[in-house]
Design a protein around this ligand. Structure first.
Ligand code: PMP
Ligand code: GLU
Length: 391
């Protein structure tokens, strides 16, 4: 008999949809994969070269659990330069992807009886990781006509004496929206007054459009920094999803606890991936602009097209690489929910995307536009036709 915790969660629906789309492609079906949040760009050459060099130099042994010193120092410099945050080496830990960083945080901070506030819609792994660590997720709904922002009154209303932490994600997966400084300040005020931790997932920090600004909640003052665990990683900013490098800057006691957990679970992240990560953070950064320019073109085209479809509406996202259209206008006849719609579009239009209910809101679907503009054009046409048949 399996452990009880396994029954509390489902496999990651984003990864499940990606696997399904890839399976169909392998069978020769012409599927457009809007499913997974993964840049379609290759990792830049200079980063690959750093890994090859590390391999050739025999850098193939265990490293310190929480990451090699040159990588910790590069992360410290990144936090200083990008976020105005000063951390020491004891306040940094490198893990096997930001998902693993988040899991270590959950292991270090959450336990039976703890409540963790998660604004919804949310990224799929937040509630699952809370549940796997015997704590209770508390969802606070946010609304499309309010740009899916968590408002201070709503946060305040969800806090009890059991609240341990808030998980904040800006720019957001799945909405693609970014918190403005004022909104972050208002959240910080409530969090500080109640003494709860903020886990700030900033993995999409570099993917901003129009005049969006990234503000790390930890940068709002020493008091807030002492209660914030900042999560970041290289998967999105440097197209390094497969390398599995994520990292955290946070209070020394939390980082120490995470390092202890990591020492008994995975040990260090892969040695050569760490060498590549040093190059990613300290080498040339022009790749980012190339990727952003392309994402921006796709974003404008895709959202424009979605809004021209009679039964859909989509807020213009200003971060990450997701569009989150409202699909409730489609529901009624053949299709009555986001899951049914995702299945219908996969069958009828050969377009893979993730239903909103996976993110806690059934009125939406998530489209990852980290795929070529040709594919986006093809998918848009097919979606339009398929929706025409049911509305
Ligand atoms: N946080 C968010 C919001 C994400 O979308 C992802 C995507 N995978 C992650 C964390 C984890 O990224 P990774 O484990 O690849 O670093
Ligand atoms: N974060 C990405 C997504 O939301 C990658 C898949 C995952 O790790 O869940 O699609």
């Amino acid at each position: 008999m399996l452990a009880d915790r396994v029954r509390r969660v489902k496999p990651s629906p984003t990864l499940a949809m990606d696997a399904k789309a890839k399976e169909m492609k392998a069978r020769g079906e012409d599927v457009v994969n809007f499913g997974v949040g993964e840049p379609d760009f290759d990792t830049p050459e200079n980063i690959k070269e750093a890994a090859v060099k590390a391999l050739r130099d025999g850098f193939t042994k265990y490293t310190p659990v929480g990451g090699i010193l040159p990588l910790k120092d590069a992360i410290i410099e990144k936090f200083r330069a990008d976020n105005g945050l000063e951390y020491s080496r004891e306040e940094i830990i490198v893990s096997c992807g930001a998902k693993h960083s988040l899991y270590n945080i959950a292991q270090a901070l959450f336990g039976p009886g703890d409540e963790v506030i998660i604004p919804s819609p949310y990224w799929v792994s937040y509630p699952a990781q809370v549940l796997l660590n015997d704590a209770t997720p508390v969802f606070v709904k946010t609304f499309e006509d309010d740009s899916f922002m968590l408002r201070p009154e709503a946060l305040e209303g969800a806090i009890t004496d059991k609240t341990k932490a808030l998980i904040l994600n800006s720019p957001s997966n799945p909405t693609g929206l970014t918190y403005e400084r004022k909104a972050i300040e208002a959240i910080a005020e409530v969090a500080l007054r109640h003494g709860i931790y903020v886990i700030s997932d900033e993995i999409y920090e570099k993917l901003l459009y129009d005049d969006a600004e990234h503000v790390s909640i930890a940068s709002l003052g020493k008091e807030m920094k002492d209660k914030t665990v900042v999560v970041n990683g290289l998967s999105k900013s440097h197209a390094m999803t497969g390398w599995r490098i994520g990292y955290v800057g946070g209070p020394a006691d939390v980082v120490k606890a995470m390092t202890k957990v990591q020492s008994q679970s995975t040990s260090n992240p892969t040695s050569i991936a760490q060498a590549a990560a040093v190059e990613a953070l300290t080498g040339p950064q022009d790749f980012l602009q190339t990727m952003l320019t392309e994402f921006d073109k796709r974003r404008k085209y895709l959202v424009g097209e979605l809004n021209s479809m009679p039964s859909l509406s989509c807020v213009m996202p200003n971060g990450a690489f997701y569009a989150f259209p409202n699909t409730s206008g489609v529901y009624g006849g053949k299709v009555r929910s986001s899951s049914e719609l995702a299945l219908y579009l996969l069958d009828e239009a050969k377009v893979a995307l993730v239903p909103g209910d996976a993110f806690g809101d059934d009125d939406f679907i998530r489209i990852s536009y980290a795929t070529s503009i040709e594919d986006i054009k093809k998918a848009v046409e097919r979606i339009n036709q398929a929706l025409g048949k049911i509305s």
